[in-house]
Design a binder for this molecule. Sequence first.
Ligand code: 4AD
Ligand code: MG
Length: 430
Amino acid sequence: MILSVRDLPQHVGEEATVRGWLYNLRSKGKIHFLQVRDGTGIVQGVVGKGDVPDPAFAACEGIPQESSVVVTGAVRADARAPGGVELHLRDVQVIQRSEPYPIALQSHGPDFLLRHRHLWLRSRKPWATLRVRHQVIRAIRDFFDSQGFTNVDAPIFTPAACEGTTTLFEVKYFDEGNAYLTQSGQLYIEAAAMSLGKVYCFGPVFRAERSKTRKHLTEFWMVEPEVAYATLPDIMDLAEGLIVAIAARVLENCREELKVLERDPAPLEKIRKPFPRLTHAEAVKRVNARGVAMAADDDFGAPQEEALVQGEERPVMVYRWPSAIKAFYMKRDPADPAVALGVDVIAPEGFGEVIGGGQREDDLAKLLERIEAEKLPKEAFEWYLDLRRYGTVPHGGFGLGLERTVQWMCGTEHIRETVPFPRMLYRICP
Ligand code: 4AD
Ligand code: MG
């Protein structure tokens, strides 16, 4: 019977065939120990001379790491084995003897590994990270789907900037001139929210970031809910609920992966409601009191974020921002136009901003004023202005960076390891 490594413990005493790759080979005299990985786990196969036909035994001699193999044998309980089972092999088929594999089990430098990302994906930590990423994606979709949201995709080619003109990637678009890769699906799902009420888009976005920090990619995934009739407090509750659901899912489904990643689960267990909520003005005061410079109309850099969350076990929500440093679409407090009704969520443990969002400007005249003040191309936003002409309502939403979130869950030093093929300032290959 063909079985996954993951399912072997339920088949002790039976015979199983595992199809995979050789992770490691040790040979002691007349016995070979083959560690075989199949994507669901690693199992050790033991083969002694005489257990298999001589040519099969000889074929095991010095098989290079990552050779593709199909092994068959009896599933035996073995308390010392990871997963609690071993395979006593009676057949070993080498599908392909690999060429000498470039990635040894011991460590390599990051540049070497990134150049071999297509192979590095097979190693233990990338394997675990991609599995956590998958669970985070599932948790996000389940969270919104179970609350009556409709998933609506936003386009990737766009005619104008959503998040400022300094991080736009330009592409030639036939006779239409230049188009841009989207920085956020927000403007489009605002339109969809006026049709469906509660929506989210979830896809790749692009930022021509010249930064080389451990938190920036040029291509990353963002999930963006948008809710008609929602105000800032509604959006803050939604953001809090989403993060709690993601952490709970990772703890429930990824214990083994967290172990492989050497990620202590204890900090994730502490991600519960309610999250501390500070206005931007209160946050600045706290940061200053902790000896880090920050002016009243500054955004957070890494040192400010660290000072803000120092001693916090839960993410910190910063709301009511100086409108001067927030995007044109953000609603200003009607009672105090210097304040924008935005919210950022800053993760603990130094993982930084994972969510940005807030309430949208729903007033046509005020939105026009902002577009003119920022010298944005009004024609390109005409369709967006229509949303304020035809049945405008209060509404809001946010964007959660998938890779930042996976980085936080996995405790990964650099964001590049949270995406299968990272795109960064100096890296577009493989
Ligand atoms: O704060 P941002 O720029 O917000 C928006 O784009 C809004 N239009 C979203 C909305 O309201 N619908 O980006 C949202 C999140 C950030 O909090 C961060 O987690 C992530 O996207 N992010 C990045 N992740 C990786 N690399 C980058 N260069 C990122 N820039 C933002
Ligand atoms: Mg932001």
